[in-house]
Design a protein around this ligand. Sequence first.
Ligand SMILES: CC(C)(COP(=O)(O)OP(=O)(O)OC[C@H]1O[C@@H](n2cnc3c(N)ncnc32)[C@H](O)[C@@H]1OP(=O)(O)O)[C@@H](O)C(=O)NCCC(=O)NCCS
Length: 273
Amino acid sequence: MPTEALTTAGLTPADMAGCLALSEGAGWNQSAEDWSIFFRHGTVVGIEEGGRLVASGAVLPYPSGGFGWVSMVLVAAAMRGRGLGTRILHRCIEALRQDGLCPVLDATPAGERIYRPLGFRTQFGLTRWRGLGGGDVPPGIHALRADVPAALDVAAFGADRHFLMAELLGRAPANAFALDNGFVLARPGRAALQIGPLVAESEAGAARLLDAALAAAQGPVLLDLADRWTGLAAHLRARGLAPERPYNRMALDRAEPFGDPARLFIVAGPELG
Ligand SMILES: CC(C)(COP(=O)(O)OP(=O)(O)OC[C@H]1O[C@@H](n2cnc3c(N)ncnc32)[C@H](O)[C@@H]1OP(=O)(O)O)[C@@H](O)C(=O)NCCC(=O)NCCS
């Protein structure tokens, strides 16, 4: 079928199998629980061909910060280079702009090729690290069992997303830790436990929170560290984790970051910000 005849439509949780096939096909880590976040709190759009989902995109409007997230921009390998990714992206931008929100995303190098021509500008770089959990919880770190200190996340990230913090805490309570003015969360994914967000006041505090999250993790872990934290990158390397791929945090027509990047160490993930 010519690509022009394919239409972009809203998706529902009934499309979950097609969504998972796209993210698994790209080797991504998202589980059905992750996709559910977008169905419950945002909007998911997709393009079908012959009854099969061949492209997806999602938006997650964040209240209070003036911006929203663009996620899960995926095109089935056989359908790439035919404009579907760009079409999905236009829909996502439109959805956020209708709510008066600036579209923000974490771009893979492949994604950047379609985002940059549309006006997305780089705010800062991130690196995906992968390895294994283990080690000991450092002294002075305590388990986070009840409320996430959401105000710390708002200050670092730039928008109120307490609904998300509560959900992440519920998904992996044993991997959540805090110290004065800092916390770390994690969540199980398809192939690895994803650690993040990690908010702290100093790189030393962040390293201690990270050690606690790694100590509580069994098996494969991954995390997305902002590139400015070279000390923490060296710490990860010394612990046997390895850099896997770069991302760029980008916003439409805006290079100035939201929130306070001096307190944001590990992001929640490219799909959540
Ligand atoms: C990134 C992705 C969504 C792009 O989808 P797509 O449907 O191929 O994008 P489009 O066809 O709209 O591409 C627009 C332009 O970029 C080019 N392009 C897209 N991906 C490219 C790549 N990986 N390498 C080189 N060129 C690429 C296209 O040729 C096209 O160029 P043109 O407009 O000058 O002809 C798709 O490659 C994909 O799913 N990749 C894996 C998942 C991923 O990284 N998603 C991005 C998350 S941030």
